[in-house]
Design a protein around this ligand. Sequence first.
Ligand code: E4P
Length: 218
Amino acid sequence: MKFFIDTANLDQIREAHLLGVLDGVTTNPSLMAREGIKGTDNQYRHYVEICRIAGGDVSAEVIATDFEGMIREGETLAGLDPHIVVKLPCTADGIRAVKYFSGKGIRTNCTLVFSVGQALLAAKAGATYVSPFVGRLDDICEDGVALVADIVKMYRYYGYTTQVLAASIRNTKHIIECMKAGADVATSPLAAIKGLLNHPLTDAGLQKFLSDYHKVNG
Ligand code: E4P
C-alpha cells in the first residue's frame, strides 16, 4: 500500500518524507489556498518545490471546469515536472479530459468520486488513480470505506489497472480500514500517518528495555 500525504504544506511534506515511507503527495485548490499561495506562477513554483521534496507522484488539480480549459491547464501542469499527476474532477468534461490525457501518456487522478459508477467511468477513461472521498461520505452518514471496498472489488473483477487512492482520510483508523479494503494508496494528513506509530505497549516495552540496560550498565 502506498502512502501519500494530503497537503500543500512544505514542512509537513518534508517531515513525512524524512520518515522514509512517503510515496507521493495530493493537493487540491483548498489545500493550496490554506498555504496562502496566490497567483498561477506562484502555484506552479509551489508544485515544483513539492515535487523536489517528495520525489513521488504529486497530484496537481486543474481549476478549469470545461474540457478545453482542463486540457490547456493539465498540459501545463504535466509539463512542470515529471512527477506531476493531473488531477481532474469526475464530471463529464473531467472524464473526457482523463481519456484525452490517457491517450497522450499523461497520468491522471480522477477526483471527487463518491460512487462505484463514477469509479467505473474513471477506469474506462484510463485514469491512473481514482480518488473516492472516504471522510466526506462518512460526514453525511454514508460508508466511505465500503465504497473503497466496492471499487477495489469491481476493478479486480474486470481487471482495470486504475489504482484506488483512498482520499479524504481523516484519521489513522481510516488508513487501516482502507488498507483492509484493498486500497492501493491512502492519502492522509500527516497526523493520521504518524498515528500508525502509536502503541502504548511499544512505549512501555522500550522503557523497560532501557531501564533494564541501565540497571546493569549504569
Ligand atoms: C484528495 O485528493 C483531496 O485532496 C482530499 O483528500 C480531500 O479531503 P477532505 O475531505 O479532508 O477535504
